[in-house]
Design a protein around this ligand. Structure first.
Ligand SMILES: *[C@@H]1O[C@H](CO)[C@@H](O)[C@H](O)[C@H]1NC(C)=O
Ligand SMILES: *[C@@H]1O[C@H](CO)[C@@H](O)[C@H](O)[C@H]1NC(C)=O
Length: 436
């Protein structure tokens, strides 16, 4: 129970750091260049790659599981189509679990046009019924009766959990929420179904800062945030790994935090670092890029799940959801003012390192499949990258907080509004769970 009060504040750290940087607390001014260079939205460098490589990525086998329609349907291929009659599955008034930084409705987003788009899958074999259909919460609940799903990841994983819980609660009534040991749980008693969430932004064992981990009081948050985390690239975060076998499904995701400064460990010894400053380099520590660290971390957790004694369930890797900052990053006035999805005819580019994160995820997933199969673990890829890349209009932008409030980023083009475009992730989840 001691863990839980800490978790929200840790989760908030990323956000807090952003706010502090923008307001330039003198104490952390020196770390601003480091933040600017190394944090998530180092998209400021605007190194971009074309979408080309996506088309060749080996993802279709993993997401082609829709049963009953002969040819496999790849839900991840398609486009956003406008549907003026579209209604969200839930609103800020009908679901109590939407967090402030996701609550665009409450914070007065001037247009709710971003809710008028549906994802229409166009893969071969998707059939007539699939395009633009509404998520069937009743069917989902029947499918998962008596089961439990554990989500592990950062605040975007938390958003997916809330999207799922809010959507299902419109059918099964508000679930019972509880928390212990860093786990948040929602239980739908009528179906004996449980959704659990554990916040672990790297999946592997980590410590937020090389400094003393406690206390992370408000006056030290900026400093703590700027300091490099210790990441043990070859050890799954034991706190969630120990709980994995108690669940039928584990959905993992982790991307943006890897862009932060870190010191990396293998076998308990320092193996390298990123954004760690001259001191560590003087100790002959190798530079390791965030995408290399992320690749190693996913390799570790995928192998752990594939070979885990007693786990015979489904492990799902959700790929990176791109950010959409324009005219700067989160720290220097970047914004996301698009009012509609990217035109299907437009080429879309993904910023680095997100493109590298995506490739690492897809490749490590493919490399772990064989092991998983041998051990009776279903390993599946939930590829959201292409569809989310085309939704620059779905972020909170300036409406992730009220006027004068300082929750979250000032301008947030990383998280997504709830309700919002990520609600379609539940369709992908349903398809994976319904597959054989
Ligand atoms: C929901 O959002 C509306 C504005 O769209 C606001 O007036 C209302 O107070 C909000 N309700 C809750 C419960 O947040
Ligand atoms: C560098 O090595 C020295 C001596 O081994 C150690 O005290 C110091 O903490 C190291 N610095 C970093 C940043 O790891």
């Amino acid at each position: 129970m001691t863990a839980l009060p800490v978790i929200p504040s840790l989760r908030g750290l990323l956000l807090t750091g952003a706010r502090r940087t923008r307001h330039a607390v003198p104490k952390i001014i020196t770390s601003v260049p480091a933040l600017a260079a190394f944090l998530i939205l180092a998209a400021a460098t605007f190194l971009v790659i074309s979408l080309g490589p996506f088309q060749r990525s080996p993802t279709s086998s993993s997401s082609s599981l829709f049963s009953g329609s002969g040819a496999a349907c790849d839900l991840t291929r398609g486009q956003w189509v406008r549907d003026p009659a579209a209604r969200p599955y839930y609103t800020n008034a009908t679901c109590a679990f939407i967090e402030g930084y996701q609550n665009c409705m409450k914070h007065g987003r001037p247009s709710l046009e971003f809710l008028r788009w549906r994802w229409r899958s166009e893969g071969a074999g998707c059939g007539d019924g699939v395009p633009g259909r509404r998520f069937d919460a009743g069917r989902f609940l029947r499918l998962v009766r008596g089961k439990s799903i554990l989500f592990v990841g950062d605040s975007l994983a938390s958003s997916h959990v809330r999207s799922l819980v809010c959507t299902l609660s419109q059918v099964d009534g508000s679930p019972e929420r509880s928390s212990s040991g860093g786990f948040e749980r929602w239980r739908f008693p009528a179906h004996g179904f449980t959704v659990a969430f554990f916040w672990t932004p790297f999946q592997v064992r980590w410590r937020l800062t090389r400094g003393p981990p406690e206390p992370v009081g408000p006056d030290r948050q900026g400093e703590v945030f700027a300091g490099p985390s210790d990441l043990h690239l070859d050890e799954p975060d034991p706190r969630w790994a120990a709980a994995a076998r108690d669940h039928d499904v584990v959905v993992m995701s982790a991307s943006h935090w890897f862009a932060r400064p870190a010191v990396y460990y293998r076998g308990g010894r320092v193996a390298g670092c990123h954004g760690c400053g001259a001191a560590a380099l003087a100790n002959a520590t190798a530079l390791i890029k965030p995408e290399q660290a992320q690749r190693a971390a996913f390799r570790t957790v995928l192998r752990a799940l594939a070979g885990m004694e007693g786990f015979r369930g489904t492990a799902i890797l959700r790929t990176v959801a791109p950010t959409h900052y324009e005219n700067g990053g989160w720290f220097d006035g970047g914004e996301c003012t698009a009012t509609k999805p990217a035109d299907p005819e437009d080429p879309v580019e993904i910023a680095e390192p997100e493109g590298e994160f995506y490739r690492a995820q897809v490749e490590e997933f493919a490399a772990a499949e064989e092991d998983a199969r041998r051990n009776g673990v279903r390993l599946r890829l939930m590829d959201v990258t292409k569809m989310m890349l085309r939704r620059p209009d779905g972020h909170p932008d300036r409406y992730g907080h009220g006027a004068g409030e300082h929750e979250g980023f000032d301008i947030d083009c990383l998280h997504w509004c709830l309700p919002g475009p990520i609600d379609v992730w539940n369709d992908l989840l349903f398809q994976i769970l319904a597959g054989r």
